[in-house]
Design a protein around this ligand. Structure first.
Ligand code: KG4
Ligand code: ZN
Length: 332
């Protein structure tokens, strides 16, 4: 089946053409990051307007790059939620318009379902597996027994890990979104230079908490009489990253053991993080389990990732009709 996928849940307008839920023929991502950077975060109203501006050219480019015509598309999968309502509505409206005008079957997909199945585009993953989804809005551990069969094992009780990276970057004067920049600076610093807390590390649940870590950075900065730069900044970033990675690894290990799982998939924007990728690789080697982390381009928000679940639902005839609405808060 040849499907068109559309993603507009936050600040990336994305469309892709994927064959059989596996072969990515095109994947176009138009990022609004530069626009929102001057406000220090995503401004929902601006995000919706930018999506409106970009959705048609992005969909057209995805079709052109794949070398297919709209008439050849056999199904459409769109992010239905969760996300910014106004942003989601742009993608959902585009998907419904195309479905109506061209009589193409339509299905709405959960954004997190996209992230946790993105790895299937690269190589087949066997069920069951543990999925750690780490992004700007989510820090969730799921047991995945099949497409549509997800059980939440743990989640953040406050900030998502990407949010903690971005807020910490703002505190350090690195701009928004600063996750990737902290990662880069951390590579030149010492992870043991500053002893930051490991929130909920010894807690019996599989939940996470990251807001205290950001506050610990703020407290540390207040104690200093100057803004950190050079080696001091590198050390601060490395120490922050070490705290984040230790908690993520420890909880992931506990979840794998609790569920008796032998496979681990990591997804979401923070899965681009070099420290986390390395730490998860070490964990996999130590526990002798299979690890799959998609390439960075499939970790951040993109439309191709929707094709795995989208294709499966469309093939099974689990369709949505034109009454489908966008859902801002939608548990998986
Ligand atoms: O999945 P994503 O693109 O969007 C959401 O669904 O939220 O994730 C974006 C998040 C941002 O918080 C960004 O700072 C973070 O992923 N991020 C990183 C890195 N690259 C992106 N965080 C840490 N290290 C990175 N290399
Ligand atoms: Zn995302």
């Amino acid at each position: 089946m040849l499907i068109l996928t559309i993603e507009t849940s936050c600040d990336e307008t994305a469309a892709a053409v994927v064959r059989d839920g596996r072969l990515v023929l095109s994947s176009v991502i138009s990022s609004q990051v530069a626009t929102h950077a001057e406000y220090g975060g995503v401004v929902p109203e601006i995000a919706s307007r930018k999506h409106l501006e970009m959705i048609t050219p992005v969909v057209r480019q995805a079709l052109d790059e794949a070398g297919v015509m709209l008439a050849e598309i056999e199904g459409i999968a769109v992010t239905r939620g969760p996300g910014l309502l106004g942003a989601l509505l742009v993608g959902v409206s585009m998907a419904k318009s195309l479905a109506l005008a061209c009589r193409i079957p339509l299905v709405g997909v959960h954004h997190i379902e996209g992230h946790l199945l993105a790895g299937f585009l690269e190589q087949p993953v066997l069920f069951p597996f543990l999925a750690l989804v780490v992004s700007g809005g989510h820090t969730h551990l799921y047991r995945v027994d099949g497409i549509g069969r997800y059980r939440i094992l743990g989640r953040t009780i406050d900030d998502a890990v990407g949010e903690a990276y971005d807020k910490t970057a703002t505190l350090l004067g690195l701009g928004y979104p600063g996750g990737a920049l902290i990662d880069k600076l951390a590579q030149q610093g010492s992870p043991t230079a500053v002893k930051f807390p490991r929130p909920l590390l010894h807690d019996k649940t599989l939940n996470f908490s990251f807001s205290g870590l950001k506050t610990a950075v703020l407290t540390h900065l207040k104690k200093q009489s100057h803004t950190p730069e050079g080696a001091e900044l590198h050390d601060l970033c490395a120490s922050f990253q070490a705290a984040v990675c230790e908690v993520l690894v420890k909880k992931t290990e506990a979840a794998l053991k609790q569920e008796g799982l032998q496979r681990l998939v990591v997804g979401g924007g923070v899965a681009c993080n070099s420290g986390l990728r390395h730490a998860m690789q070490q964990l996999a080697t130590r526990l002798k389990i299979e690890l799959q982390i998609p390439p960075p381009v499939l970790c951040g928000d993109n439309a191709a990732m929707l094709a795995v679940a989208g294709d499966a639902y469309l093939t099974a005839g689990c369709l949505d009709d034109l009454a489908m609405d966008a859902i801002a808060t939608w548990p998986l």
